[in-house]
Design a protein around this ligand. Structure first.
Ligand code: ZN
Length: 327
């Protein structure tokens, strides 16, 4: 894998590093879903409403999974009904299957996008949803086609795109084939998840350079990177994706959620750490970092435990203050 990924960097014309990046906040779904306790609906609604006023343009607000499978998100309908999100902020919901779509469509006017998901490998998909990859893909295609008919924007997310805890190496070609199927069924955006934090920056850059060639570099389908900080490489992988021309990311405020395997492992890259790094690099996000930090602080208060984000602990960089201290 690494030899091939490394070789790719040398070849082809290097895309320009983006000057703007778009971030989808996944904490209200990915984060709240992985909390051991069920967060009260009122708290979720308040946090989502606050996140929607930070300049974030994309929010994954809940999931229409079965309540007995994920009780943490059993209040999907109430959350969708009660949130108050300004115009221009896109609300997406995770849809596991057609039954989930049926449920969501009762509130069609309360959301803008659907996200469907499957894993790149048979073992991970089987353990996650008890289906083969081709069964899941067929299900995703049915949901995507119906969702597009309803005028919804669609994203397909491919878990374990960079490495699988059960199968190890994942052939990028296999991932791109799945991405092409999702795009053909109507996904305008494909997200590539490093679900258990196995990706490294050299691999990521090679992966996305190839993905842009294969999938159209954002012209045909928007390519989104979803990294986990399981082994502390999340932001390094973001940088590698930027260098490959990727400008769309998913992350979670407070570093909430992600895949808690092994138990206690951290998951998603923290949105505030991502925003801080992008702004310091001169890449615009439109997000107000102090406002975002206030959301994470509020989540920390409600959950009653310290959250993992670095910027939440250290605060945003204040160059003037640092300079005055140094004198
Ligand atoms: Zn995640």
């Amino acid at each position: 894998m690494t030899a091939d990924a490394g070789a790719r960097i040398q070849s082809g014309s290097a895309p320009a590093r983006p000057t703007r990046a778009l971030i989808r906040e996944v904490g209200p779904r990915d984060g709240f879903q992985n909390e051991p306790e069920v967060i009260p609906t009122e708290t979720k609604v308040r946090l989502i409403d606050a996140l929607a006023r930070t300049g974030l343009r994309r929010l994954e607000v809940t999931s229409f999974v079965r309540a007995d499978v994920i009780p943490q998100l059993a209040d999907a309908e109430q959350v969708l009904r009660r949130i108050d999100v300004p115009d221009g902020v896109s609300r997406s919901v995770l849809i596991p299957n057609e039954r989930g779509l049926d449920r969501a469509l009762h509130l069609r006017e309360r959301f803008d996008e659907v996200n469907v998901f499957l894993s790149a490998t048979e073992s991970h998909n089987l353990r996650n949803v008890n289906r083969s990859v081709s069964e899941s893909l067929a299900g995703c295609e049915r949901v995507l086609r119906r969702a597009r008919t309803e005028g919804l924007r669609c994203e397909g997310v491919i878990s374990v795109s960079f490495g699988c805890p059960y199968e190890g190496h994942v052939d990028p070609e296999r991932v791109f084939e799945i991405a092409e199927r999702l795009a053909a069924a109507g996904a305008q955006e494909v997200g590539f998840g490093d679900t258990t934090g196995m990706a490294n920056p050299v691999q990521v850059r090679g992966f996305f350079e190839r993905a842009r060639e294969r999938l159209g570099g954002g012209d045909r389908v928007e390519l989104t990177a979803h990294f986990h900080n399981t082994r502390g490489q999340g932001l390094a992988n973001v940088y590698a994706a930027l260098e490959a021309g990727i400008d769309s990311f998913e992350s979670s405020f407070g570093e909430l959620g992600g895949c808690p395997v092994p138990a206690g492992a951290t998951g998603n890259v923290a949105t505030e750490d991502l925003v801080s790094m992008l702004h310091e690099m001169g890449i615009e996000t439109g997000i107000d970092l102090p406002a975002l930090l206030a959301c994470s602080r509020a989540a920390q208060y409600h959950l009653g435990r310290p959250l993992g984000s670095h910027t939440l602990v250290a605060g945003p960089i204040d160059w003037r203050q640092q300079w005055q201290r140094a004198r």
